[in-house]
Design a protein around this ligand. Sequence first.
Ligand code: NIG
Ligand code: FE
Length: 424
Amino acid sequence: MTKPVWIKHAAQLATLASEMKGPRSKEAMGELSLIEDGSLWIEDGVIEAVGTTREIEKLYKAKVNDAEVVDASEHLVTPGLIDPHTHIVFGGSRAQEFEMRLEGASYMDIMNAGGGIHATTRMTREASEEELLEQTLSRLDSFLKHGVTTVEGKSGYGMNLETELKQLRVMKNLKDKHAVDIVPTFMGAHSVPVEYKGREDEFVDHIINDMLPVVAEEKLAEFNDVFCEKDVYTPEQSERILEAGKKYGLTPKIHADEIVPYGGAELAAKVGAISAEHLLKASDEGIKAMAKAGTIACLLPATALYLREEAAKGRKMIDEGVPVAISTDCNPGSSPTTSMPLVMNLACISMRMTPAEALTAATYNAACAIKREEQVGSLEVGKQADVVLWNVTNYQELQYLFGVNHVHSVWKKGTLAWSNGLQN
Ligand code: NIG
Ligand code: FE
């Protein structure tokens, strides 16, 4: 049996505890359940008690001498961050395209000319499973160093059965190889592969008839995502794919209204998607429909910045009752970053979310977007002890001092998984 861990004297402990079930919206997104001089008691990787240091000391008097004690008096302590939308498994780099875009080429022009997602697809098809695994491991290291303890990961750089399965198997094989957990999503409909150009419906049939059954049979994914966008998949094609996935128990997600308004938000509400992603150009009706259906808006302000587009209307969505989560969208084209702290900063700066809302969006609501809120996303009794100590003393400082990695140390399932080596 491992020693209990006692994290004590936290300058501020943001537990995000609540009686409420399900994703948070409106005022609830701003409530962090803060404890000054906070304390966590952890046994066997699970949170046994949460309270003030005095309360916990009293409760565990008989055990404190046997515990590993962590002094958090200089630190804000939060749940491990959760990234609910990444394309973490990919081959190659698109640094050249970055330069092309800076010179004026658009993201969609590059993709329609065979670059973009198609370029990464070629490089991912060429990469071996071992190479992809090694590269993904090092990306997970980087996520961990930025305070992330769980990520969602999508396939979609295969767009043929063999490579889609290769990507998903990489994620499966990473289980137990890294502290950061990966939750897998199938995204065969990430684009229309060049060999199917002009035969989009045939590729939709191929996904439905030949890919989804194998993914489900091998239990390689929990979610099913599509890029519903002009010149990619229409809302009708997207709906077919998502409805087919539902029959195999895969929960829908949608890359929606990223480049042009296209009815993606409305479709997300209609098919009962757990989340709709991007939403830069979501219509007012779409936002209303999502609020009514309880669809989580997974907003990606680093992607908007990187594409030099105006960010999604996060403030409006929250005010209208849409639960908001945020994510890096980590991918080699539109958002090559693993920094969730930067994404929290941008949620405040570009979408006028409050510092508290940004933290909720990166923890509890992010957990809801990948159906992990029973295990992670808040610091409550019975939950997994995924915890971050920050080199700031309160959550406002965390969002205010932007573009800096404030992570001091990261605990995954009650074990120290990363420490920046500094004393405080
Ligand atoms: O979420 N928009 C579509 N898919 C990704 C980008 C993938 C890529 O460019 O490689 C996104 O931004
Ligand atoms: Fe994405």
